[in-house]
Design a protein around this ligand. Structure first.
Ligand SMILES: Nc1ncnc2c1ncn2[C@@H]1O[C@H](COP(=O)(O)OP(=O)(O)O)[C@@H](O)[C@H]1O
Ligand SMILES: [Mg+2]
Length: 353
């Protein structure tokens, strides 16, 4: 089921004044795809999801499921499955009863309900836990019960709100692969909310990057990473994060520190204009003929690569580089580098190059 959000807006009225949690967003979630809604805490992800679910009424705009506008439908009429961060299982019911609960609500005959419950329990790999109570399960198992309970209604749209946040690091990795597999197997259109960029990048067919209730960029994870539309997106994606170096236009040339940065950047600059140069850690190349002299502060091995903490000679703020592990770099040494790529942003963060 394609999900389309048109100028979708939510304003919360509070004593202190109105909060525009979601501000005229336009997103199309393609049928059968997993789309990650990504952004920092408070940027409006959950509010967006709850409007799609029918738990919040939009202040403006529309929601379409396929051709049908569902903006005014109650949640139970939308054909959605919803999974929250905190599982929200019924503690006094067994796993089986928890999964069957939505079907009994729909007055499905018991035998059929049980068959469906078993089918989805097997799909998420908890078929041998059916008689346990939620308190007897690990976090990852509980979350899989919650997913089975959401899937058992065979929803057209699956909505997941930070479903992995309460799991420890190892389980989080494992469960996210599981979610990806389940989504592929069922083909259910899925919207996955997270503030974790790595999680969103790894699981999503497409990501939607939001901040302050506004959509900054939509695209395939790798495309958004490689071609961020602005400095917010560039900074939000990637670990270690991108290095941002302040620069200025002097005599029609970009000056980084006191040197000319690149000769071949062709855009119309305003004299004195302030810019930001974005260098991802992997854009840094160690090069004995390199233009920039740096001081290496720390070297950290991270498997195939090593991460270098450094500062440019005569500068204070630190930067990070990622280079292949086999390159010799000593901590507390001076070396030269070049950049094999860069982004250029204006002062407001708009990408220029
Ligand atoms: N029920 C509510 N009443 C008032 N303000 C809310 C409510 N829910 C969320 N907000 C506000 O809306 C903004 C977006 O919140 P939310 O959608 O929960 O963000 P996220 O899920 O991205 O962390 C925040 O400023 C939050 O305080
Ligand atoms: Mg949230």
């Amino acid at each position: 089921m394609e999900v389309k959000l048109v100028n979708l807006t939510k304003i919360f009225s509070k004593k202190e004044g109105d909060v525009c949690a979601v501000d005229h967003i336009n997103i199309t979630i393609p049928n059968g795809k997993l789309v990650g809604l990504l952004g920092p805490s408070g940027c409006g992800k959950s509010t967006t999801l709850y409007m799609i679910a029918g738990l919040h009424r939009p202040s403006d705009g529309q929601i379409f499921f396929g051709e049908t506008e569902v903006s005014k439908y109650p949640p139970e009429k939308r054909g959605i499955g919803l999974v929250f961060q905190n599982y929200a299982l019924y503690p006094h019911l067994t796993v089986k009863e928890n999964i069957m609960f939505p079907l009994e609500n729909k007055k499905m005959p018991k035998k059929e309900a049980l068959e469906k419950a078993q089918k989805y329990a097997a799909l998420v790999g908890i078929e041998n836990l059916m008689d346990r109570k939620p308190g007897q399960l690990s976090g990852g198992q509980q979350q899989r019960v919650a997913i089975a309970r959401a899937l058992v209604k065979e929803p057209e749209v699956l909505l997941l709100d930070e479903p992995l946040s309460n799991l420890d690091a190892r389980l989080r990795l494992q469960t996210r692969e599981e979610i990806k597999r389940i989504q592929k197997n069922t083909g259910v259109t899925t919207i996955f909310v997270t503030h974790d960029q790595e999680e969103a990048m790894s699981i999503s067919d497409e990501i939607v990057v939001m901040n302050f209730g506004v959509v900054h960029q939509i695209g395939k994870p790798q495309d958004v990473y490689n071609e961020p539309i602005d400095m917010f997106v560039a900074k939000f994606l990637g670990t270690p994060p991108i290095n941002i170096l302040p620069a200025k236009v002097v005599n029609s040339k970009i000056k980084l520190f006191d040197d000319e940065f690149k000769e071949d950047v062709k855009i119309d600059f305003v004299e004195g204009q302030e810019l930001n140069i974005g260098i991802r850690p992997e854009f840094v190349q160690i090069d004995e003929n390199g233009k920039y002299e740096i001081h290496v502060e720390m070297v950290e091995y991270i498997g195939r690569d090593k991460s270098i903490l450094f500062h440019f000679k005569g500068q204070e703020s630190t930067c990070k580089a990622i280079v292949p592990s086999n390159l010799m770099v000593e901590p507390d040494s001076d070396i030269k580098i070049n950049f094999n790529r860069f982004f250029l942003f204006d002062k407001e963060g708009k990408r220029l190059v």
